[in-house]
Design a protein around this ligand. Structure first.
Ligand code: AMP
Length: 422
């Protein structure tokens, strides 16, 4: 049997997993600072949640969901994104009865049946934040500042923030109709994907990467010029607060996002070094989603960061984001009566919080010393039969090569003192 992992998935191996843990810790630290609490929702949900929430004419719902009938004949979907599940959990668990806005964050795998390439996978990881229950533009800005601070704390630099406003159900339909009319006149010049989109969801055409489609939308009227006074005012305040905080941003009037639930502010953060898949995060306001999911209307705003791409960007930057941990020490033994003593000593030291390694392959002392050196341990305890007869063991400091004899009963105190002193 030679089974390989499914296309578009990754194994996160030792070495890399430490980088992930580092980043995960940054997520917790930043969210704590900004007052967001973690929420963990199921990896799968009823398909209807995403169809209704994300929108039936989006790429995700049309062709990217991992949907299957379970044994009870229910339609189940592996979550392709985190916002709709958070909103569902907000309603189902009556989080609206607590002080608003609800400030929540999540971290975990998402699943989309996309064409795999560098930075685009079928299982990928997102960290996301949602604030539900306030229309304050200050929260839109918080949603832009939080990921920026997160990226910086991970050691990333050279990213760009793009923002736009795509209006609301009052002003967007007029803009959508204008685009539909304009695009329909040149329908056959658009790529086949866009031809399908023009009738159902013409704003999605703005997101098409085909150079020909880009050319065709070059001189379209801009959504920012068609906003209603309320949306205009909201966007002006977002910009004002961003300026106040001295955040660099680019207004990109053609920025739209892949979900139908967005209203007003949308944003995306990109890193040029990533090439085609250069978006490392994005988000926006979704004032209608809570109602769409069956709740009382509640304005909300959020973002999601793609962690796989963040990792790639950090790798490209060759940033030394953290110092890997190394074992404190190694306990060497010679088998026979020395082995149970080694097992006990290792266990006692680990209980004290030390990282201690030992040999499990009955190797020679020379080979064990080699392992200890490779691990770059501070010390090696050598449990020899002769010393053991006197209730002693040998302690060798690898950096200096110095050796001392330590009473078996004093090992813990000796090594813990040494660590305190470091
Ligand atoms: P979205 O949920 O589509 O707004 O995406 C938010 C972020 O998740 C993007 O900016 C990407 O960094 C990341 N992302 C989205 N789709 C994928 C994917 N298929 N593979 C890897 N990362 C992704």
């Amino acid at each position: 049997m030679n089974v390989r992992r499914p296309r578009g998935t990754n194994d996160i191996l030792p070495g890399a997993s430490e980088h992930w843990q580092f980043v995960e810790q940054k997520i917790r630290d930043i969210c704590h600072n900004f007052g967001y609490q973690e929420i963990r929702t199921p990896i799968f949900e009823h398909t209807e949640l995403f169809e209704r929430g994300i929108g039936e004419t989006t790429d995700i719902v049309e062709k990217e969901m991992y949907t299957f009938q379970d044994r009870g004949d229910r339609s189940i979907t592996l979550r392709p994104e985190g916002t709709a599940p958070v909103v569902r959990a907000f309603l189902e668990n009556k989080l609206y009865a607590q002080p608003l806005p609800a400030k929540l964050y999540y971290f975990g795998p998402m699943f989309r049946y996309e064409k795999p390439q560098a930075g685009r996978y079928r299982q990928f990881y997102q960290f996301g934040v949602e604030a539900i229950g306030s229309a304050d533009p200050a929260l839109d800005v918080e949603m832009i500042v939080l990921p920026i601070e997160f990226y910086k704390s991970c050691g990333l630099s050279g990213f760009q923030v793009h923002i736009n406003s795509i209006g609301c159900p009052t002003c967007r339909p007029t803009y959508r109709d204008t685009l539909r009319k304009m695009f329909s006149e040149k329908l056959d010049q658009f790529c086949s994907n866009c031809q399908g989109r023009i009738e159902r969801n013409p704003l999605r055409v703005l997101d098409c990467k085909s150079p020909k489609c880009q050319e065709l939308i070059d001189d379209i009227p801009l959504v920012l010029d068609s906003l209603c006074p309320e949306c205009s005012e909201h966007f002006a305040q977002v910009r004002q607060y961003l300026d106040l905080l001295e955040i660099d941003y680019i207004i990109n009037p053609k920025l739209v996002r892949g979900f139908d639930y967005y209203t007003r502010t949308v944003f995306e953060i990109t890193v040029a070094s990533l090439g085609a898949q250069n978006a490392i995060g994005g988000g926006g306001r979704y004032d209608g989603l809570v109602e769409e999911c069956g709740g009382n209307p509640a304005p909300a705003v959020g973002f999601a960061v793609g962690l796989d791409r963040l990792m790639l960007a950090l790798e490209n930057q060759e940033s030394q984001i953290f110092t890997p941990r190394k074992p404190d020490g190694f306990v060497a033994h010679f088998g026979g009566v020395t082995k149970p003593v080694a097992i006990k000593v290792v266990n006692d030291l680990r209980k004290q919080g030390l990282w201690v390694e030992m040999d499990y392959l009955d190797r020679s002392l020379k080979a064990q010393m080699k392992s200890a050196n490779r691990f770059n341990c501070n010390w090696v305890l050598i449990i020899g039969e002769d010393e053991l007869a006197d209730n002693k063991v040998k302690l060798r400091w690898l950096a200096s090569g110095e050796e001392e004899e330590v009473e078996l009963d004093n090992i813990q105190v000796r090594l813990l003192n040494e660590r305190e002193g470091q």
